[in-house]
Design a protein around this ligand. Structure first.
Ligand code: FES
Length: 119
């Protein structure tokens, strides 16, 4: 369910995310990793492994899963759950493709671009 305070941000073009790769987005809720699968599905999760906070965006994407680059835990991107025998989960975020642009839903009305350091 979408709350009144939810906010969709244009975070870039689909072509900016390599297939079987990821792109990081800074948000008020922390850093989010947006993954693109080989068949062009998009998933967004917190860019922090539930084991020891490894950067999931630097992991290996296979199917709809990512393997953490630090200790090889596998996270199912559809559910956010760690694949057994390990246990845990990572928060997911809604992401969708509108034309050729990627939109990320955030829990607060602050565009991702606003969060970049001011110069
Ligand atoms: S930090 Fe991801 S598996 Fe250890």
């Amino acid at each position: 369910m979408t709350r009144d305070t939810d906010f969709w941000s244009d975070v870039g073009a689909l072509e900016d995310i390599p297939r079987q790769g990821a792109r990081r987005v800074a948000t008020a809720a922390g850093e989010i990793a947006i993954f693109r699968t080989l068949d062009d599905r998009l998933f967004a999760v917190r860019n922090s492994c539930p084991h020891r906070h490894g950067p999931l965006s630097e992991g290996i994407v296979h199917g709809a899963r990512v393997t953490c680059p630090l200790h090889n835990w596998v996270i199912d991107l559809e559910s956010g759950e760690v694949v057994g025998p390990d246990e845990g989960c990572v928060p997911r975020h809604m992401v969708e493709l509108r034309g050729a642009r990627v939109f990320l839903r955030q829990p607060v009305a602050v565009p991702a671009a606003v969060l970049e350091p001011a110069e």
